[in-house]
Write a protein that binds this ligand. Structure first.
Ligand code: DP6
Length: 331
């Protein structure tokens, strides 16, 4: 029987305009569009091998077998790939991150982007970027933004066909740096899945969604024109709006730790001193401190003096997901 295997790489991404809340939770059709940057230097490597002898799909993360929710999400993507290629064969999926699991950097975006690409390559399918992005979205919404390269916009769409991400500028367009201030290495207490689900219970969510298209326009324009001040104001506003929603959802979620707020205040202090810098925070306590390459050392040394920061990880605009190898062997 024929075994088909392929290995793909994808980077996680940091959202500048956040995805928070679904219009369709089954298909991860978001309530609003979003914009992000791929985190270059950080990546997930995933190998998918379709093996005719397997009785079910197998998932290994860092060589450890996985069950439950993560395997369920992987199967959702693999089932779609099997539909496309017309096969019934189960797969072994092996995934590894080059960034430590304990850094609080969400790996599901890079993991599902790499899985989608590896699984389709291994099946001999040659999907268009938009189709791959839609496939990755089924595993984790934000994963659809880790398929294209550089600065990426996810157009919310209204159904499976119309909801996918595309690049608005390549990675070399702007020398932005993300200095990730790691303040906690523990996993988030309430995952994004539940957060998306309860977002609607916040009185602020409707306004956040209604005004999202206007924030998208400003953010896209700020990136395209490399206007850091405009970028900083819209990115911080959008992050604050998402956290206002999480804090006022039922149940209320506060993702921030005391050091998170300290970093926010220190970023504002640096800005008052004339350094172009801003922050954004995903569904966790770590702070993504964004600046330009020219101010990186100043920003990093300031962050380095803040008690409570465990580690600072620097990342740059990253490229698209890519497939490394494809092999066909007989056994
Ligand atoms: C706050 O449902 O894509 O990062 O839990 O990693 O699958 P996973 O996340 P997902 O939600 C991401 C939410 C966010 C904002 C964003 O990335 O747009």
């Amino acid at each position: 029987m024929e075994n088909n295997s392929a290995t793909a790489f994808a980077s996680p991404n940091i959202a500048f305009i956040k995805y928070w809340g679904n219009a369709d939770p089954e298909l991860n059709i978001p309530s609003n569009g979003s914009i992000s940057m791929n985190l270059g230097g950080l990546s997930t490597k995933t190998t998918v091998e379709f093996i005719s002898q397997l009785k079910e799909d197998v998932l290994l993360i860092d060589d450890k077998p996985q069950n439950g929710e993560s395997l369920h999400r992987v199967k959702k993507v693999l089932n779609k790939v099997r539909d496309y290629s017309g096969t019934q064969i189960y797969a072994e999926v092996k995934s590894q991150n080059n960034f430590p699991a304990g850094t609080g950097i969400a790996s599901s975006a890079s993991a599902f982007a790499a899985l989608s690409l590896a699984a389709t390559c291994a099946s001999g399918l040659n999907l268009m970027e938009s189709e791959l992005s839609r496939l990755a979205r089924l595993g984790s919404g934000s994963a659809c933004r880790s398929i294209p390269g550089g600065f990426v916009e996810w157009q919310a769409g209204t159904d499976d066909q119309s909801s996918y991400a595309k690049s608005i500028a390549p990675s070399e367009h702007w020398d932005l740096v993300d200095c990730i201030a790691v303040v906690s290495e523990s996993h988030k207490s309430i995952g994004s899945k539940e957060g998306h689900f309860i977002a609607q219970s916040s009185p602020f969510q409707a306004t956040r969604i209604q005004e999202a298209p206007a924030r998208i326009i400003v953010c896209r324009e700020a990136i395209l024109s490399k206007d850091f001040d405009l970028f900083a104001s819209i990115v911080e506003l959008d992050s604050n709006m998402m956290h206002a929603v999480t804090m006022t959802s039922k149940p209320s979620i506060i993702y921030w730790h005391p050091t998170t707020l300290t970093v926010i205040n220190e970023v504002r202090k640096m800005r008052r001193r004339g350094i172009p810098v801003c922050y954004t925070i995903d569904a966790g306590p770590n702070v993504h401190v964004l600046c330009l390459e020219g101010s990186k050392s100043q920003v990093c040394s300031h962050l380095g003096s803040i008690p409570g920061i465990l580690e600072i990880i620097n990342s740059y605009p990253g490229g698209p997901a890519y497939c490394l190898e494809q092999s066909e062997t007989n056994n």
